[in-house]
Design a protein around this ligand. Sequence first.
Ligand code: HEM
Length: 569
Amino acid sequence: MLDGINGAANRVNGGDLLDEGVNVDDGVDLGTRCCCEVTGLWRLLLVNEVRNSAINTFTGSKYSPSPSLKHHSSMEAPSWLLLSVAWLASLTILSTIFISRRCKQLKFPPGPKPWPIIGNLNLIGSLPHQSLHKLSQRYGPLMHLKFGSYPLVVASSVEMAAEFLKSHDQIFATRPPHAAGKYTAYNYSDILWAPYGPHWRQGRKIYQNELFSSKRLESFEYIRVEEMRAFVSRLYGLSGKPVVLIGHLTRLTLSNISRMVLGNKYFDVSGDDRNVSKSIVSLQELQSFKRLSGYVKRMKTLKKKLDRFHDHVFDEHKRKKEELGKDFVAQDMVDLLLQLADDPDLDVKLTYDAVRGLTVDLVTGGTDTTAVTVEWVISELMKQPQLITKATQELDRVIGRERWVEERDIPQLPYLDAIMKETMRKHSVAPLLAPHMAMEDCKVAGYDIRKGTRVFINTWSIGRDPSLWEQPEEFRPERFLGRNIDVKGRSFELLPFGAGRRMCPGYNLGLKMIQLSIANLLQAFNWKLPGNMKVEDLSMEEAPGITAPRKFPLVAILEPRLPLHLYEL
Ligand code: HEM
């Protein structure tokens, strides 16, 4: 169990240090992609680790000195103060000796020797999952490093992932404190950044039972169908021209999610906000929340805008409820959350900040992840056009050419499922999952892991483990045919959504959106590279950013392959 006091202290600590306001992102390339770019939530997390660690190491303390202490030190100190300082200093030296002796008795997993202050950060490049993968080939599937002064372990095999997410799931079910949790998630009032405890547990229950129940997701199917038809029709209008796919995919997922969560398309990625005046946060800004997570000052400014945005959305929902009186039925996820906020019988009171935090998770959680995955799918297929032929043959056989593929058809399309899984193996959008943290000292695979140690599960490494996958660098959907490997946290060789207590609660919705997008894109269009570009020229490099998006957005030329009347709205 999370010891509440420590959790709170850590949160305060993280926040205070971050409040000191050093822009750690200065000089860090956040990428050049437009609205779809998920950039740096996780990378910034690493970078923030550096800043926190460096500050902690310099101060020798987890807390910044209080202003009053700084003030006193510059004045003539009374003798009792000098005595206290001397006493404290001796105590610190003694405890440091005691801790370092104790650490020597502990058996940590193997890993590179850390430098003072920076720890092993000198070994981490702009693609941290790849740097950690290389290190794991030298030090093994369970590796101990230091990011600044913070201890970190990295699990890079199926067995080690299972140790953290299954055998010791509860001990590692909390998150480390982070500025994103403090500012963008209303002081850890969401799910993603919430420490393990009653608030997080209740939030997960709400997600599972209310927001992502099969019944609820089914009730939103009409939205997904409408948005898919509009998406295909937009692309049809661009037939024969080079199309940057990711922008359209982001617009699709965003429109879907904002209608399901907020009840309306409050934003339009074309830049034309429909229902909200320009003074309220735009969706691009909302999305850039993740990108800006290292800039505390800018985060604070954006948070104010986000507050206004939430107020606007919540007021509209409340007004609608009042107007309808007894006839009111919850239509979207915000309606449901506001209803729960008024429920006096909940185990833990759902505050308005919690409604805001949960809403942010919902809007930002599924947008980029889904769009980036689908962009990788189409890129890999364009590299091997014979795979597109196989997939469209399956679509033609099962659905024909006179109607659009629907969600109910998906279980009849095993090749499509294999394409999706193979993409998730090779291009997991959360290659290190989200960070976990040890809530108590424990032993994993015979090694000591201390309380407070951060944990990364390197799914990028697992997806390239030659003992699991023959020729892992090759994209071969066939490897999944006839094999019982799922993506829902039961098969540890494929963990796009994580596993265990912290597994992604939105996986069902994510899967529906990904599968339907791939099926429609392949059914609707023939795909060509622009100009004289050859498949060998299509780069498959990843951009810096922990969600590992494409470095160069995919540009393709699309031609319709079904009767033209189907494309009309
Ligand atoms: C392709 C789609 C998606 C992928 C690949 C994905 C992946 C992940 C991963 C890897 C985690 C962290 C698991 C861990 O810490 O072990 C996560 C957590 C989370 N995801 Fe997703 N996700 C997707 C879609 C969604 C959607 C559609 C939503 C909501 C609308 C969502 C909301 C969340 C939330 C709230 C968490 C935090 C859970 C917690 O900390 O307890 N995700 N997701």
